[in-house]
Structures are given as C-alpha cells and as structure tokens.
Design a protein around this ligand. Structure first.
Ligand code: 45D
Length: 321
C-alpha cells in the first residue's frame, strides 16, 4: 500500500480538538499596529511576573547584533517606527534582515529589545498611547490560556513579524550557522511510554532528547514528513534536518502514554501524548502536545504530526474517533 501525506494528516482526526491558540492569534491580527505592540508588551511583562525566558546566549545575540546596534543609535521616534514596521510586515531593509533570522534568533532579538526598553535605551510603547478595548479583549483571552499556550502565542506572533522572505534567497552573508542551546538538564534516555513499544517512536524521542538529529532523521522514510504545530508538513530528510537544527534544539520531550493500532497492511498508527519543554523556559513551562505517527510496515516513520493540545484533559484522549 502507498501512503500519501494527505491521508496521513488525517490519522486520529477524531481526537483533534481545536486549540485556542490560533483563535487568540486571529484576535491579535485584527488589532492596529500600535495595539499589537502594546498587547505584546503587556502580555510579556504580565507573564514575566511568574515566568521569564532564559537570556539568549552570546552566540545567538551576535546574529542579531547588527540590527540591535542600528536601533540603539536611532532617535526614539525612529525606534518606534522600526517596531511598527516589523509589526506591519512591510518591505524594508530591516524587515528583510529580520525575516532571514531563524525563529530562535527572532526571539532573541525581541528579548534584547525588551531588555533595552526596560532600561530606557529603546523607546517603550508610544507616549500617549491609550489601551483600546480590543487589546483588553486579547489580553483577557490570553490570560485564560495555560502557560504553554501563552508562550506559543507570543512565539508565533514574533515569528510572523518582519518581511516574509520565504520566496527570497538569502545572500551568502546571511546564511548563518545556528548556535546550539546548551542543555542544562541531564538527557533522559531509556524512554518509556505507557502503551507503546514501537521502536521507531521510542528511538525518535531518545534521539531528539539528545539533539541527535541524524539519528532521528534516519528513522524516517526518504519521503517522510514532519508536521509541526499549525504548519504544513516538512518533507524529506534534508528539509526536516534543517528544521530540527533551527527549531528543535534543546527540547525536552516527556511522552507519557499512547495507543498503537496495527493496520491490515502491517503499518501502524500511533498516537502519543505528553509534555514538551522549550530551552527558553526550561522546567518552568510544560506544553501539552500529541504526536501522531504513521509507521510503515518496515518500521520507518512516514509521517509525524505534532499538535498542541487544547487542554490537559486531551492528554488522556486517546480514543480512535
Ligand atoms: O513586539 O517532536 C516585547 C518540534 C514588546 C519538533 C516583545 C516539536 C514588543 C519535533 C515585549 C519587547 C519542534 C515540532 C515584542 C516536537 C514586541 C517534535 C517581546 C515541538 C515581540 C515535539 C516578546 C516543539 C518576547 C514545541 C521576547 C511545541 C517573547 C516547542 C518571547 C515550543 C517569547 C516552543 C518566547 C515554544 C517564546 C517556545 C521566548 C512555544 C518561546 C516559546
């Protein structure tokens, strides 16, 4: 039997409950540009009372240094304009540079801007800014989310800023080596998942928890795909490896339970739920997620989707339909 990515995307579709994350981001997207910047400031500082991200390493900040230095030298009015332009996603030289940053470098850039705003070196929210009712609505929606969902909203809004460079080729000077996230926690080996003994799944988690992406990729078929939360599938070893280097480093994956269904052709559909921690927040924030694997009869991963769960109750939702 041949599989298609489209059919694989639909496995365990009956257990998928829409996450409140896209709904919150849709509300955010409707705000005016100053409202969006103000929302991010309030959401970030409010969150910072309980959880704050780890400071990015020097190597990571170095990648954003050119832009940060430029911004520091600007007048407050110019600084405000840069931030408005970023939120407006228009085509400017700064927005292009930002657009070529990896996800983690974009986060590091804003982390540093946030620090500079707190120190008064970069202009804070425009003077005279009045919080609109719209901002209150999105902030209230955000407060109802669990911490793992809140940081995902922040992350996804940051990733969407700047100019979309996906159709552009970076100049060679812009292709930068992705710095590593140092692991602070000892690596969890010998993964155990209640209800699952599928080697490809257990080995996948072990490899990812050691940032051993070569070992993880080797578990996929050549045409295999990985579908991150709220994204299209990434297809093939090379593309998956690039994605993992940029976005999967330092993650701590703690799968808890799962079900495995053997199909008549010998392929297996596996759903696993558990918690993932990002190196930005470490043990302080857990994200409740599901992995949906399609394993071919030879034991290789043809497809895996990673979904953010709507609520912790979904961790136990392993029914088929
Ligand atoms: O605009 O199996 C200011 C995969 C105000 C791989 C600000 C995975 C102005 C395969 C406050 C300055 C990766 C898919 C902005 C598994 C302003 C796999 C700054 C899943 C913007 C399991 C804001 C991994 C700032 C997952 C600094 C689910 C915000 C990983 C910073 C999830 C926000 C990781 C940060 C997440 C958010 C990380 C640092 C959600 C980090 C979030």
């Amino acid at each position: 039997m041949t599989y298609t990515i489209e059919s694989a995307q639909n496995i365990f579709s009956g257990t998928q409950i829409p996450s409140p994350i896209p709904a919150t981001i849709a509300l955010f997207d409707q705000l005016s540009v100053d409202d969006r910047l103000a929302y991010l400031w309030y959401a970030y500082t409010e969150m910072g009372r309980t959880i704050t991200p780890a400071a990015p390493g020097a190597a990571r900040l170095q990648l954003a240094e050119g832009l940060l230095t430029q911004i520091k030298q600007m007048s407050p009015e110019e600084q405000t304009k840069v931030m408005r332009d970023l939120a407006n996603r228009i085509d400017t030289p700064i927005n292009r540079s930002y657009g070529f940053f990896s996800v983690n470098t974009k986060l590091a850039f804003w982390y540093e801007l946030g620090e500079l705003m707190k120190q008064g070196i970069v202009a804070p929210i425009p003077t005279g800014y009045q919080m609109s009712p719209g901002v209150k609505v999105v902030l209230e929606a955000t407060q109802k989310l669990d911490p793992g969902q809140q940081i995902t909203v922040l992350r996804n809004t940051v990733v969407d800023m700047g100019f979309d460079t996906s159709d552009l080729t970076p100049s060679s000077s812009r292709k930068s080596v992705e710095p590593v996230f140092e692991r602070t926690e000892p690596v969890t080996t010998n993964v155990k998942i209640e209800g699952i003994d599928e080697p490809a799944v257990l080995q996948y988690v072990e490899a990812m928890n050691a940032d051993n992406f070569a070992a993880a990729i080797a578990l996929f078929t050549a045409d295999g795909a990985l579908q991150p939360p709220f994204q299209k599938p990434i297809v093939g070893h090379e593309a998956i490896a690039k994605y993992m280097r940029e976005e999967a480093q330092g993650l701590n994956m703690m799968p808890k339970q799962g079900i495995c269904e053997v199909q008549p052709d010998g392929s297996k559909q596996v759903k696993v739920t558990g918690v993932v921690q990002t190196p930005w927040f470490g043990v302080n924030v857990g994200m409740n997620i599901a992995w949906r694997f399609l394993i071919n009869p030879q034991g290789k991963i043809f497809f895996v989707a990673i979904d953010m769960l709507a609520s912790p109750q979904e961790l136990l939702n392993l029914r088929r339909m």
